[in-house]
Design a protein around this ligand. Structure first.
Ligand SMILES: Nc1nc2c(c(=O)[nH]1)N[C@H]1C(S)=C(S)[C@@H](COP(=O)(O)O)O[C@H]1N2
Ligand SMILES: [Mo]
Length: 479
C-alpha cells in the first residue's frame, strides 16, 4: 500500500530531522551534555536507562515501539519503521547501521539507533519454549529454561560496545564483498544477564585455562551453518554474560531475544544471539567432528569467517586451539597464528559532531566543539587527538560524561578554533598499552597481516577497519 509506505518514510524522516534539530540547538553532543544534563538527551532515547540499571522492565512495556518487535506479527511494522535511526543494508536477513553521525554523541545508544547484523533472518521465538543446554566437559549436563536462567542465578550488568568486525568495510580499496558498512555498525549499550561463570561452576564444568566454551545460535535454517563461536574459558569466566536485557528492557528480537552471549569488549561476531546450546571442550570447534561432509556446519563462522586473510593467502589457516586471544597481538605475530581470529576490539574513535559534509558556525569566541566516542575493547582508552590538517598536527581532546567502565565507550570533546574554510576532521585514539589507530588502510599488494607503517592491513573480508583517515568528516566553517 503506497500510503503506508510513505507513512513509514515520513516517520523515519521526522526522527532524523528531530535528531538534526536537537543538534543544531546544541542539545545533542553540545554544551548541555557537558553540563551533565540528561533531560534533553532522554528525548531522543526512549529506551535509554543509563542511570537505572535495575529499572523494572514491565511497567512501560506496551508503550514502547520495541515491545512490538518481541511478538512480531505477520504484517508487523517494517524494519525501517521499527528503527527510524537506521540505514537499511538488507531487509532480510536484517542488516542495518546507524544512519547519522549524531549516534556518536550519545553515551548509551538507544535501540532505534543500534545496528543489526544477521546472517539469517531474525527468528520468532516464544520465551516459554526456549532453553539453553550445557554439554561437554561438565559433571552434569543440563538444559536450562529461561525462567531458571533468569531467576536461578546472580544477575550482572555491563556496558559494552557492540561493534561488527565489518564496521568501516566500505572504506577498503579495492572493495571487498559483503555488507558495505560505513561508520554505523557500532553502538554502546547496557547488557544485563546471568554471568556464565555461575552457570559453569554450578554444573561442574572444566573451567581451567586452555578450555573453550562454544556457544551456538538457534536460528540457522535447515542445512545452513550454525552460528557458533568458541570463546576461551579464561574470558568466559572473567566477565561473559548470558544477557536477556538491553538498556533495561528485554532484548529486542533482532538483538537475540530471549538470550544472547555478551563477550565484553570483543567484536560483535563473538556475541552469539539466540543461544540455545553451549559445549565445553579443550579446543575450538575444529575439524571433521564439527563438520558434516563438505559442509562446515559448526566450524564455518569460527574457522573460515572472521579471520584476517591477506591477498596472498588461499584461505585461513585453521587451529585446534590458540593461546593468544588478543586480536592485535595475533596480527602482529603472524608466525604464531597466521590469520588472526577476530576476538577483542582494537582501539577506535569516531566523530559524532560535526556530521558528514556539514556546515558549522563558530561560537562568539571563534570555537567549534567537536564531539565523538572512543573505545578500546577490553583495554582502557587513554587519549583522543583531533586533527584538521590530515594528521600533520594534532590537538588533545578531553573526556566528559561518566565513565561506565572499561568496556564502554567514552565521549570526547575537542575545542576547535578554525578559520573559515573547508576541512577534513579526523580523530585518533590511543589505548592503555600505547596502541594508536593507524592513518590508512594498506593496498592488497602490501600483503600485510598486522598494522605496519601507520597502515591497517587490507584483508579479503574487509574486517576491523580502524584507520582514522577514511573515518573523517568534511566540514565547512562559515565566515
Ligand atoms: N546467532 C547469531 N548470532 C550472531 C549473529 C548471527 O548472525 N547469528 N551475528 C553476529 C554478528 S556478526 C554481530 S556483529 C552481532 C551483531 O549484534 P546486533 O545485531 O545485536 O547488533 O551479532 C553476532 N551474533
Ligand atoms: Mo559482525
Amino acid at each position: 500500500m503506497p500510503d503506508q509506505q510513505s507513512d513509514r518514510i515520513s516517520k523515519r524522516e521526522r526522527y532524523l530531522k528531530r535528531r538534526r534539530f536537537l543538534h543544531a540547538a546544541g542539545a545533542v553532543g553540545g554544551a548541555s551534555l557537558l553540563a551533565g544534563c540528561g533531560g534533553s538527551e532522554a528525548d531522543t532515547q526512549p529506551t535509554g536507562t543509563a542511570g537505572s540499571p535495575t529499572a523494572s522492565t514491565t511497567a512501560t512495556e506496551t508503550e514502547t515501539p520495541e515491545a512490538e518487535t518481541e511478538t512480531p506479527e505477520e504484517t508487523g511494522p517494517s524494519l525501517e519503521e521499527r528503527y527510524p535511526g537506521l540505514r537499511i543494508l538488507s531487509p532480510e536477513p536484517e542488516n542495518a547501521e546507524a544512519a547519522e553521525r549524531a549516534t556518536y554523541t550519545t553515551l548509551v545508544t538507544p535501540l532505534e539507533e543500534l545496528y543489526i547484523r544477521n546472517h539469517y533472518p531474525t527468528p520468532e521465538i516464544d520465551e516459554a519454549d526456549w532453553s539453553v543446554s550445557l554439554t561437554g566437559l561438565v559433571d552434569e549436563e543440563v538444559d536450562l529454561s529461561m525462567e531458571e536462567l533468569k531467576n536461578g542465578f546472580p544477575t550482572e550488568t555491563v556496558f559494552h560496545v557492540m561493534q561488527c568486525s565489518g564496521n568501516g568495510r566500505s572504506y577498503f580499496q579495492p572493495q571487498v564483498g559483503g555488507n558495505q558498512w560505513t561508520f554505523g555498525a557500532v553502538g554502546n549499550a547496557e547488557w544485563t544477564g546471568t554471568p556464565l561463570s555461575a552457570v559453569l561452576e554450578r554444573y561442574g564444568a572444566d573451567t581451567s585455562d586452555g578450555m573453550w566454551l562454544s556457544a551456538m545460535g538457534g536460528e540457522a535454517p535447515e542445512g545452513e551453518d550454525v552460528f557458533t563461536r568458541s570463546i576461551p574459558m579464561s574470558k568466559v569466566m572473567d566477565d561473559c554474560l548470558l544477557a536477556y536485557e538491553m538498556n533495561g528492557r528485554p532484548l529486542a528480537s533482532d538483538h537475540g531475544f530471549p538470550v544472547r552471549l555478551v563477550v565484553p569488549g570483543w567484536y560483535g561476531n563473538n556475541n552469539v544471539k539466540w543461544v540455545n546450546r553451549m559445549h565445553v571442550m579443550d579446543m575450538m570447534v575444529f575439524g571433521e567432528e564439527w563438520e558434516d561432509g563438505d559442509q562446515r556446519t559448526y566450524t564455518h563462522w569460527q574457522q573460515y569467517s572472521y579471520r584476517i586473510i591477506p591477498e596472498q593467502d588461499e584461505a585461513a589457516e585453521q587451529y585446534e586451539s590458540v593461546d593468544v586471544y588478543d586480536t592485535y597481538e595475533q596480527m602482529q605475530n603472524p608466525d604464531e597464528i597466521r590469520n588472526a581470529y577476530i576476538f577483542d576490539q582494537l582501539v577506535k574513535s569516531q566523530i559524532g559532531h560535526p556530521g558528514e559534509d556539514s556546515t558549522v558556525t563558530r561560537q562568539p569566541d571563534g570555537s567549534v566543539e567537536v564531539v565523538g566516542v572512543a573505545w578500546a575493547g577490553d583495554q582502557t582508552v587513554d587519549s583522543v587527538e583531533v586533527s584538521d590538517d590530515g594528521g600533520e598536527t594534532w590537538g588533545e581532546a578531553e573526556f566528559f560524561r561518566p565513565d561506565l567502565g572499561v568496556f564502554s565507550w567514552r565521549l570526547f570533546r575537542y575545542v576547535w578554533s578554525p578559520e573559515p574554510g573547508e576541512y577534513r576532521l579526523v580523530s585518533r585514539a590511543t589505548d592503555s598499552q600505547g596502541r594508536t589507530q593507524p592513518a590508512t588502510i594498506s593496498s592488497p599488494e602490501e600483503g600485510l597481516r598486522g598494522i605496519q607503517d601507520d597502515m591497517f592491513p587490507w584483508n579479503q573480508d574487509g574486517y576491523i577497519a580502524t584507520a582514522y583517515e577514511p573515518h573523517g568528516v568534511n566540514v565547512t566553517v562559515e565566515e
